[in-house]
Design a protein around this ligand. Structure first.
Ligand code: LRH
Length: 542
């Protein structure tokens, strides 16, 4: 068979999926093999990952997908009427790879025997509140930004580590390693410990645009760099799925591949940029582990800082397309050749994270559909029966909202009674207070569109680059009202889709790493494979 198959495991805020991706050389097809809940464990006021439970579900997903693939092979044989070919075809239809992606910043402390030393915290845990000021005294915010390119944020790994070490200093002695969450799952699947670069680029610990942890920051935390496994580029083949798992899951050999294991980096890899406004640098080519060479990007640790508009060579083109990766979070950004470490970028709340292929994502993290997800959870717990789509259509009929919230206000970060927090925000700011679920949903969506508009305008200022259009990808691209409001607010064409951007990006990167796909063709492949919708920036009345 010429169909190549890989598994993209995408762990999102409320659910995880094992997606079976099939590529026939022309089109990519994604099918959900297994979906499961990803609900953080709440225990004595703490919020944690259910690593064991998730691992069980990932394994279940592998065996379901493997069985599906084999039975598909049989089906082909039966129609051909040649039972002799049965086992051969089934073998050829094997899964080639598997990669896990999830949100940034979270990690697990690993003990001497490779076990989790303690439950891995979820970033919405509030333990960092007590320690953030002390960390910022130790490593001032502007220094954090200058060293790592990351916008200081209480959820960043560096804040979480600091809080952990303040509360449990003996972790320094007891730990043999620290793995970011996708690295932890890849380790469980392959037995190989590695630190994938895109997920580490969310930590607040990596040198800006570089390939290693910032030594000054590690020193200030009093942590040895030996705790961090070698950093590898996105698209690194780590090794084969452990033989015992192959036997247990009856799935045959497949490669465990660290794709862009940061979900947003993966989603951005699936953005079908068409204007070829900017050809990304291809210097940090993904390679097999061990062969990974250092990216040819000057490490900001030893190069002069840029305080003015960055003087990038944009290959002669005048404009870029921006992306908004819209799910629980909304991430608005553009790709730049190198991190932008200017004062303007810092002050306006931008962060720099790594791309697959070696470029940089200059972006702003905006609290996204989380607000609506939490509202829905609250209303349904109180007896409502709202689907997400119900809320969108209620928002549609509610008409324009009179008030706005700042989605990034800290009061909205932790789980809780979100409708009341939205109302309280309006009271506190002297605005009309929304009542019905439709009014609240409309207010949230319009506030998001406003935040996107502001981020896109600021991106132009900070990057010195005109933004011609915006690709809105991820689950939010299904929300036609949000796409329309966004197009109107930002005054540019919005191209919506793919919905399953993280899984699609993971599949593209894995297949490219295996030599089965030419990544420079990704826009064409995405356009052939998924429905994309265009929203024009004309204002409407309702
Ligand atoms: C989106 C995301 C985002 C941030 C946040 C913690 O899921 O990965 O890019 O890193 O989660």
């Amino acid at each position: 068979s010429s169909i190549k198959r890989v598994l993209a495991v995408d762990l999102g805020a409320s659910s995880g999926r094992v997606m079976l991706a099939s590529f026939d050389g022309f089109r990519l097809e994604l099918r959900e093999a297994h979906r499961f809940d990803n609900v953080p464990i709440e225990e004595q006021g703490g919020l944690y990952w259910d690593v064991e439970g998730l691992l069980k579900e990932i394994k279940k997903g592998i065996s379901i997908a493997a069985a599906e693939v084999v039975s598909e092979g049989r089906l082909v044989d039966r129609t051909e009427g040649d039972t002799g070919l049965q086992s051969k075809t089934a073998e050829k239809q094997n899964l080639l790879g598997i990669g896990v992606d999830t949100w940034g910043v979270d990690y697990g402390w690993i003990g001497q025997g490779g076990e989790l030393l303690r439950k891995a915290h979820h970033y919405r845990d509030t333990r960092m509140n007590k320690h953030a000021t002390a960390l910022e005294r130790l490593i001032p915010r502007s220094e954090q930004f200058q060293r790592t390119g990351n916008q200081p944020d209480i959820i960043n790994t560096v804040y979480q580590w600091f809080a952990d070490l303040q509360e449990t200093p003996e972790l320094r002695e007891r730990a043999s390693g620290i793995l970011m969450m996708p690295d932890l799952f890849h380790y469980e699947l392959s037995g190989v410990k590695a630190s994938e670069r895109t997920i580490w680029s969310t930590s607040g610990l990596l040198t800006a645009g570089g390939n290693e942890a910032d030594t000054a920051i590690l020193e200030k935390l009093d942590i040895t760099s030996e705790l961090i496994a070698p950093i590898v580029p996105a698209g690194t083949v780590l090794g084969e799925l452990r033989p015992d798992l192959q036997a247990e899951l009856r799935c045959g050999p497949m490669q465990v591949i660290a794709g862009a294991s940061h979900d947003t980096a993966s989603a951005v890899a699936a953005v079908p940029y068409r204007d070829s406004a900017f050809t990304r640098p291809q210097k940090d080519q993904p390679s097999k582990q061990g062969e990974s060479k250092k990216a040819d990007i000057p490490s900001s640790a030893d190069s002069p800082r840029e305080y003015d508009e960055p003087a990038f060579d944009w290959n002669g083109s005048a404009e870029s397309a921006a992306f908004i990766s819209c799910g629980t979070w909304s991430i608005a950004g553009i790709e730049t050749p190198r991190p932008v470490l200017t004062q303007a970028a810092f002050e306006r709340g931008f962060t720099n994270e790594a791309c697959y292929g070696g470029g940089n994502r200059l972006l702003k993290n905006i609290t996204g559909l989380w607000l609506l997800q939490e509202c829905r959870r609250h209303w349904n717990a109180a007896g409502g029966h709202f689907s997400h789509a119900d809320l969108v259509s209620l928002a549609e009929s509610a008409g324009p909202a009179d008030s706005r919230i700042d989605p990034n206000d800290p009061r909205f970060a932790a789980p809780g009674d979100m409708p009341e927090r939205v109302r309280q925000y309006c009271r506190d700011t002297g605005q009309p207070v929304p009542g019905s679920p439709g009014e609240i949903a409309r207010l949230v969506l319009e506030s998001l569109a406003d935040a996107y508009g502001q981020a896109i305008d600021e991106l132009e200022i900070v990057s010195g680059r005109a933004i011609a259009a915006v690709h809105l990808v991820g689950g939010g691209s299904r929300n036609a009202l949000l796409c329309r409001l966004t197009a109107e607010r930002i005054g540019r064409v919005v191209v919506a889709g793919p919905v399953e951007a993280s899984a699609a990006g993971s599949a593209l990167i894995q297949l490219a790493a295996l030599g089965e796909l030419d990544f420079t063709q990704r826009a064409e492949i995405i356009e052939r494979s998924f429905t994309l919708q265009r929203f024009e920036p004309h204002a409407r009345t309702n």
